[in-house]
Ligand binder design. Structure first.
Ligand code: NAP
Ligand code: F7E
Length: 343
């Protein structure tokens, strides 16, 4: 029987690595695009990568970069996938304020490059394309956000992703391509990048308990996010491409918590009750029993513009794809803490 072949851009990232494992379990042949870097950047997929000299390899890596059209078109031509998951991106919102042009090049034009490669290679009828859209596209639109909510991005990242979202929809309509988007709200887990707030908190706690770090420095504690578990969300990406027609789907949990609450729950899981005192940059999070300070505020973690509150409605995905989040918020934090305490 002919194998399903998937190509994942961003395979070395959180979602790419989880999706690769998910697709391998479904018996796909999985190809991934990785960037050249001066040291190894495949830690998240090392456990599934077999030496190609061994019999029957199922995972293949190709050098490429979303800012380099020739690498994109060559990989697609060589691999001829039936599904492409475009997960590669400069995905850090704060970093996008410092590298706005690069972020637009990789996240916005990078998506266009893939769509153009598919069109130029005359593969529009044989490839299903998935675009990793994001709740950051909603920006200042108040919750709950769904597929029809206005999109008012509040960062170079959000704006670049909105271009990618719309160009995907355009190629769907203009060229009758199977091009879908998943508008995913924040999703985390033990392999989350260390500078996103969730992982920064769980790693910070582990480092404090191991006496490797004294304080956890954070920015805005009062933003609300709808945090799900990346393992549930990888499943949603696959389901989106298995639906009979291309479409757009919000993937979220429908619940939101503040960063402050994330901190309180995480510390409570290691037996520390956090209280707060002070205001603004002088605010601290501390343990009343011991008077030990754990959290301090650093102005450098505040963004030029904040997205105040994201909480998604996943009704459409539930109704059409039968998808719902399975892993509970607290269990996800526990898994992250277990990983960081064990490292
Ligand atoms: P991530 O951990 O930051 O991974 C990003 C991946 O993209 C990495 O493999 C990275 O390679 C690769 N990459 C970056 N720039 C590239 C370029 N110019 N060319 C080729 N590859 C490049 O992100 P993630 O959390 O897995 O998110 C996956 C996708 O979903 C991203 O598009 C993100 O914007 C989007 N998204 C994420 C969330 C979330 O909460 N996680 C929510 C909504 C949407 P290196 O390993 O070499 O850096
Ligand atoms: O920030 C606040 C920060 O960087 C969450 C990406 O995956 O999800 C992610 O973007 C909140 C923000 O994620 C710190 O101001 C406070 O309000 O973890 P984050 P994000 O910006 O929501 C979306 C859906 C994506 O698509 C993105 O790719 O936490 N915050 N103090 C902090 N954030 C960070 N990073 N570091 C702090 O010290």
């Amino acid at each position: 029987m002919k194998k399903n072949i998937a190509l994942i851009t961003g395979i070395t990232g959180q979602d790419g690595s989880i999706l690769a494992k998910f697709l391998l379990k479904k018996n796909y042949e999985v190809h991934g695009i990785k960037r050249r870097s001066s040291s190894f950047n495949t830690q998240r997929i090392d456990d599934i990568y077999n030496d190609l000299h061994e019999p029957n390899p199922q995972l293949f890596l190709h050098y490429g970069d979303l800012t380099d059209f020739s690498s994109i078109i060559n990989v697609i031509k060589k691999v001829k996938p039936i599904e492409i998951y475009n997960l590669a991106a400069q995905s850090h919102v704060q970093v996008s304020f410092e590298t706005p042009e690069y972020t637009a090049n990789a996240d916005a034009i990078g998506t266009l490059r893939i769509l153009e490669a598919i069109r130029i290679l005359n593969l529009t009828k044989s490839i299903k394309f998935y675009q990793a859209s994001t709740s950051e596209m909603y920006g200042s639109t108040p919750p709950p956000q769904n597929e029809n909510s206005p999109m008012k991005p509040a960062s170079p990242y959000g704006a670049a992703k909105l271009y990618a979202h719309w160009i995907t929809k355009n190629y769907r309509t203009s060229y009758n391509m199977f091009a879908s988007t998943g508008i995913l709200f924040n999703h985390e887990g033990p392999s989350r990048g260390e500078t996103f707030v969730s992982r920064k908190i769980t790693m910070g706690i582990a480092n404090i308990l191991k006496k490797k770090q004294k304080y956890l420095y954070l920015g805005n504690l009062d933003a609300f996010r709808d945090w799900g578990d990346a393992r549930d969300y990888a499943k949603a990406m696959w389901k989106i491409l298995q639906y009979k027609k291309p479409d757009d789907f919000v993937i979220a949990t429908g619940k939101s918590y503040s960063v402050r609450k994330f901190v309180e729950i995480s510390f409570s899981l290691v037996g520390i009750k956090i209280s707060w005192k002070g205001k603004g940059l002088k605010e601290i999070g501390y343990d009343k029993k011991t008077n030990r300070t754990y959290i301090k505020i650093d102005a450098k973690y505040f963004r030029p513009q904040e997205v105040d509150h994201l909480r998604g409605s996943f009704k459409k995905a539930n109704r059409i794809l039968g998808w719902k989040p399975e892993i509970k918020f607290k269990d996800m934090i526990k898994d992250m803490l277990d990983k960081d305490l064990g490292d």
